[in-house]
Design a protein around this ligand. Sequence first.
Ligand code: 13P
Length: 251
Amino acid sequence: MKTLYIAGNWKMNMSPSQAEIFMQELIATMPAAHDRCEVIVCPPYLALSTVAKQIENTRIMLGAQNCHEQEKGAYTGEISAAMLADIGVKYCIVGHSERRRDFQETDTHIAKKIMALLAKNIRPIWCVGETLEERQTGMTFERIRSQVTTTLDCLKGQDCSSLLIAYEPIWAIGTGLAATPEQAEEVHSHIHHTIASYSIDLPILYGGSVTAENAESLLSREAINGALIGGAALSAQSFNTIINTAHSLIN
Ligand code: 13P
């Protein structure tokens, strides 16, 4: 029976005090826990400690948005997986397309971050996705296969069973133009097929303009194991609606 992962990526939104108010509302209005629905919030680094305390007696899990691959040292401005683990972070997004674009993160660099997270028992939410140009020129499958295999080749010998993959087509992020359930499922199946040759089977989340309105059509697909949500995770009402949708689909 499938588990659904509902993860909110807040990106660079919400100061610690704003996060505190938001979480009060989210917790107060959240549907009762379902043991096959994992709810994850990924605030900016500065708000992690505040949110960690607020979720202590709830079913919500804490996620970060990035980490450095080294454990400590002279890396000004960086945060390590060890530091995240210390404050209760259980998940961490890696390789988001915004970081690939703005910080030139490569597939091999992302593999190092994944290794650092695995060493601290933090589950990586590893993002892959194609550009609009790649989709329009029929390169989607090739692009995704290359991202997945380049990183997995670097992870040979590691236990990768706790990884999650997020398929986030770049053209769907923040545009209001989500992939259709058919488009998403086709790529998810391609990823499932690609990782099967590494003898692994991982949950694959869809991300890119997921809303309270389209969540059901996406989450009801067999190959879609959850959602990584940006804008719609910044409203307690829409995030909770998506959680409710997930619950209704797994009941
Ligand atoms: P939106 O839901 O705002 O399109 O963002 C998706 C995303 O990038 C989540 O990581």
